[in-house]
Design a protein around this ligand. Structure first.
Ligand code: FMN
Length: 218
């Protein structure tokens, strides 16, 4: 009898370890800060796309994309590639992929696992044109503002304004990186923010601002 219990316990440990291993943090390689097209060419090519190939992005591209979006570019101060009001760094970049939802951790330049569920389909609205083509993208960035970080912006109007501006700076960095690399991207404000916040298990003070698809052109 003891032997059976022992075998079951060992099997249980093995299964839970392999399940945990499946959905672990993704350590990103250091970003390549030397590459890319000249800025004027990126501005010339920047555009919104609404159709994507299902092809996944290599981890090197993911690393460069997230660093461009909101990485630390001044390690002494911990400041980022995108500005934020009062340096609140109130906007977190969540990454929805087929295998789960991750949170970009700029300090460790890695993706921290949040939920083992594919939420890409929850980032579009039923009225969104080209909905299914957008959902084909391997990656949906979800910008989430943490209102509790905006310590002196007391009015709801200011919180909305600052979180919108801070998210838009990140989004534009993504647009320019994608233009530089020949990737497709498109930002969306039209999405079921309340439903998505619920699916992401966000706190009350965390607000979904925009979603932005990234992938290869179809
Ligand atoms: C704040 C903001 C919200 C947007 N929301 C959506 C959206 O919900 N759905 C969509 O298809 N495009 C959305 N867009 C993309 C715009 O439609 C697009 O930027 C505009 O048509 C101009 O095209 P361009 O980006 O290629 O210059 C949004 C853009 C911004 C700046």
């Amino acid at each position: 009898m003891r032997k059976i219990f022992l075998t079951i316990a060992v099997m249980f440990c093995f299964i839970s370890t392999s399940l945990a291993a499946e959905f672990a943090a993704i350590k990103l390689p250091p970003p390549d800060m030397k590459g890319g097209k000249p800025l004027m060419q990126c501005l010339k090519d920047r555009k919104t796309d609404r159709s994507f190939s299902t092809k996944k992005l290599p981890v090197e591209v993911l690393s460069n994309l997230l660093w461009a979006a909101a990485g630390i570019n001044r390690p002494d101060s911990g400041k980022r590639t995108a500005p934020s009001a009062k340096n609140w760094q109130d906007v977190a970049v969540y990454v929805a992929m087929a295998d789960g939802l991750y949170l970009y951790n700029a300090k460790t330049h890695s993706l921290d696992p949040v939920l083992k569920a594919d939420l890409r389909g929850e980032t579009t609205h039923f009225l969104q044109p080209s909905r299914s083509s957008i959902e084909a993208a391997p990656l949906q960035l979800i910008y989430v503002a943490d209102y509790s970080k905006m310590t002196i912006a007391t009015s709801a109007e200011n919180k909305l304004l600052y979180s919108g501006a801070d998210s838009a700076f990140i989004a534009q960095n993504v647009y320019l990186y994608c233009a530089s690399e020949g990737l497709a991207t498109g930002i969306r404000a039209m999405l079921d923010k309340t439903g998505l916040a619920k699916d992401m298990k966000l706190r009350d003070q965390q607000k979904v601002v925009f979603a932005q698809a990234v992938g290869y052109p179809e």
